[in-house]
Write a protein that binds this ligand. Structure first.
Ligand code: AMP
Length: 193
């Protein structure tokens, strides 16, 4: 019955940690980036609309993103908990998620913030570009994605901090080490799988 958000700059390891945490808590990991990529690959209408933004390192418009999340959270497996990876990313998305949770009479348990130094992130993303062939992992786009995060998403941390929800984690280290840090920090807040 846990509801988490995972926030962090591009390349901080959100996707990897999301999958591991979701498994620990037996909840679905919902990644808007993964859903957009699957739609791009399948050449759906949503995919075609999202691709131009993604390829430039810009955010997909809030209207499309909010509709996608609303639809995904209404599915049965998300009713008793979820981990949102990469959503919300704008203040409009925060407001929209608030209204979705209110309508469902539920609330968030924690917002996990995975932090890492920008230089390390750029290096990681350049490696991932080679390994996974992502079209939004070229150097210019990597830089733009970091800027967009700093401008639009980093300010949301203060909003969730004000609600007492933020658990900040150092994202540098081995995958298992970072997972252990997250689980420990959540346990300290009385949240365990
Ligand atoms: P990610 O894999 O989470 O880094 O997402 C890859 C790309 O998908 C982002 O650079 C955006 O273009 C798009 N995207 C993912 N999540 C969102 C979101 N919550 N709001 C807007 N765009 C998003």
């Amino acid at each position: 019955m846990s509801r988490f958000l995972l926030i962090g700059p591009p390349g901080a390891g959100k996707g990897t940690q999301a999958a591991l945490l979701a498994q620990s808590f037996s909840i679905p990991a919902i990644s808007t980036g993964d859903i957009f990529r699957a739609n791009v690959k399948a050449e759906t209408e949503l995919g075609l609309a999202a691709k131009a933004f993604m390829d430039r390192g810009e955010y997909v418009p809030d209207s499309l993103t909010n509709d996608l999340v609303r639809d995904r959270l209404s599915q049965g497996d998300a009713k008793s908990g979820f981990l949102l990876d990469g959503y919300p990313r704008t203040s409009e998305q925060v407001a929209e998620l608030d209204s979705m949770l209110e309508a469902a009479a539920t609330k968030l348990d924690a917002v996990v913030l995975i932090n890492a130094d920008t230089e390390e992130l750029v290096r990681r993303l350049a490696n991932r570009a080679i390994e996974q062939g992502r079209t939004d992992d070229t150097e210019d786009v990597i830089r733009r994605r970091q800027e967009v995060y700093a401008e639009q998403t980093a300010p949301l941390i203060a909003v969730y901090s004000g609600r007492g929800l933020v658990v900040e984690i150092d994202g540098i280290g081995a995958v298992a080490e970072v997972t252990a840090r997250i689980l420990e920090a959540l346990a300290e807040r009385g949240i365990s799988a």
